[in-house]
Design a protein. Structure first.
Length: 503
């Protein structure tokens, strides 16, 4: 970011506000860049490659440890903004796609002793917003919500993007014009230029990139899932958790990714220029660890805090209710929580969500999201990562092939379904496996002879389809093997025992 300098939309604002010499403009640019895009007073320390670790001394002054000397006093107050990122280290960087936008994600590690208990952080570098942009976005969303629709909308993303660009263009044109006369002249010249009667305007009232940034937030709120949009579409994550209003969203990386040693993507520590939030998201260091194979950017694979949060309860409730509605569930006082399964356009796997309203959650709404990996692991992957021994894989192969009873038991997130799916190809190709899933399809049958059944929740019990009833149903489908994703109710345990007795 230090090398890239200001983006055009920032430069245009400075051009409008400043009338000074070239030398004065350079000085203003330097200080404004440090305050708006870098780390303020800590920028010089953050850019110094010799700084290895930072610490808060007894006198509440920031102390740094370099490669050759330790400790060194800096004269910077320990309570200064971004002090925890003074010696931060970028570990990995990659992009996540959403609605035609490529959003950068940074995994970084803080090296400030005695600071946050979480050392590794996950940051989404969303587009910058200028002062007043929040109001523009809210007004645009209100206008789109009130837009009459007289036809069936096949592509919601294109519909919202088209109307957002139209409304935002009008608002920016009116807001950026110095006076009504100048605005009128600019509109007239553009209209004549479209008909070949005049030259196009040389100085547009706004940059296309500015419109794109604003449209991103409108699409994120209307088509996506608010602050959860990018983590849901990140293939490297398995779980996303938002526990309460104002608290950081937590993510959990995939075990396979942790075992394999990380992600592929840019991993140098040079300062980028994608986001104003990047001051909070990544340290502006000139060095970092390699994020490629062999280095695990997510630490031990536990929960990792992000730079995302729900600032308002109303927005949080809106996201929770929309997630439930996608699966046909209406959350209200009578039904304050639900387990739903979603199909996200950019995500190939099923997304399973547990959502709840403040009716049963004292700290406000909450949502827990679990994503199944797009590609199932193989026994070779499990052996190479040290998860299973070759002898145990051989035993499971024999049990699968000869219709033995195999029960995977363990706590939530231990990898029970992963282990079961990895060995599914050991079932003979001409056998007839029947899988029974709870809501979402987690069992993957590579057999053309197989049948997949799923339960269905409904507020009316006679319309619901339970795990126990599907186990009974499976007995009439002439199965050679029954694959049950989850056994978690007394009825399903009872039916499971009956199925074993029948052979």
């Amino acid at each position: 970011r230090a090398e890239a300098g200001f983006e055009p939309k920032y430069a245009r604002v400075l051009d409008r506000l400043l009338d000074t010499t070239a030398a004065g403009r350079r000085r203003v640019n330097h200080h404004a860049l440090c305050e708006l895009r870098l780390l303020g007073d800590l920028t010089a320390i953050a850019l110094d490659e010799r700084v290895a670790v930072a610490d808060v001394g007894d006198d509440r002054e920031l102390v740094v440890h370099t490669e050759s000397f330790a400790p060194l006093e800096t004269g910077v107050d320990a309570t200064a903004d971004y002090v925890e990122r003074a010696a931060g280290e970028r570990i990995a960087r990659y992009a996540v796609e959403f609605a035609g936008f490529s959003v950068s994600v940074v995994v970084y590690r803080e090296r400030l002793l005695g600071s946050d208990a979480f050392e590794t952080k996950y940051a989404v570098l969303e587009p910058d917003l200028l002062p007043g942009d929040d109001a523009l976005i809210r007004e645009c969303e209100r206008r789109i919500w009130e837009t009459p629709v007289d036809r069936l909308v096949d592509d919601r993303t294109a519909f919202v993007a088209e109307h957002a660009r139209k409304h935002l263009s009008r608002q920016l044109t009116a807001g950026d014009a110095r006076d009504w006369a100048a605005s009128g002249r600019a509109r007239l010249q553009r209209a004549l230029a479209d008909r070949g009667l005049a030259t196009p305007t040389v100085d547009p009232r706004y940059d296309d990139d500015r419109i794109d940034d604003l449209v991103y937030y409108v699409l994120r709120d209307f088509v996506g899932e608010g602050p959860l949009t990018v983590p849901i579409r990140d293939p490297h994550l398995e779980d996303i958790e938002a526990n309460r209003v104002g608290e950081r969203v937590k993510v959990v990386p995939r075990p396979a990714m942790v075992a394999a040693g990380g992600v592929n993507g840019e991993s140098n520590g040079r300062a980028g220029g994608e986001s104003n939030a990047g001051r909070e998201n990544e340290a502006t260091k000139g060095r970092s660890s390699d994020g490629r194979s062999g280095i695990n950017p997510f630490g031990g694979g536990g929960r990792i805090p992000t730079n995302l949060a729900f600032a308002e309860e109303g927005r949080f409730v809106d996201v929770v209710t929309r997630l439930a509605a996608r699966d046909g569930v209406e959350l209200n006082a009578a039904t304050p929580s639900a387990k739903v399964n979603l199909s996200v356009p950019e995500v190939s796997e099923t997304v399973r969500c547990a959502v709840a309203l403040p009716v049963i959650s004292e700290d406000g709404p909450h949502v827990s999201i679990r994503k199944q990996a797009a590609d199932a692991l193989t026994p070779v992957d499990l052996v190479n990562s040290g998860t299973l021994s070759a002898d145990l894989v051989t035993l499971l192969w024999l049990l699968y092939e000869h219709h033995g009873v195999v029960l995977f038991a363990g706590p939530t997130g231990a990898g029970k379904t992963t282990l079961m799916n990895a060995h599914m190809p050991f079932i003979p190709f001409d056998d007839r496996p029947i899988s029974i899933d709870e809501g979402s399809r987690e069992v993957r049958l590579p057999h053309e002879t197989g049948v997949a059944l799923t339960t269905r929740d409904h507020e009316n019990s006679y319309k619901a389809v339970s795990m126990a009833s599907l186990m009974t149903e499976a007995n009439y489908l002439n199965p050679d093997v029954e694959v049950i994703a989850e056994i978690n109710t007394p009825a399903s345990f009872e039916t499971f025992a009956e199925s074993i007795n029948t052979g």
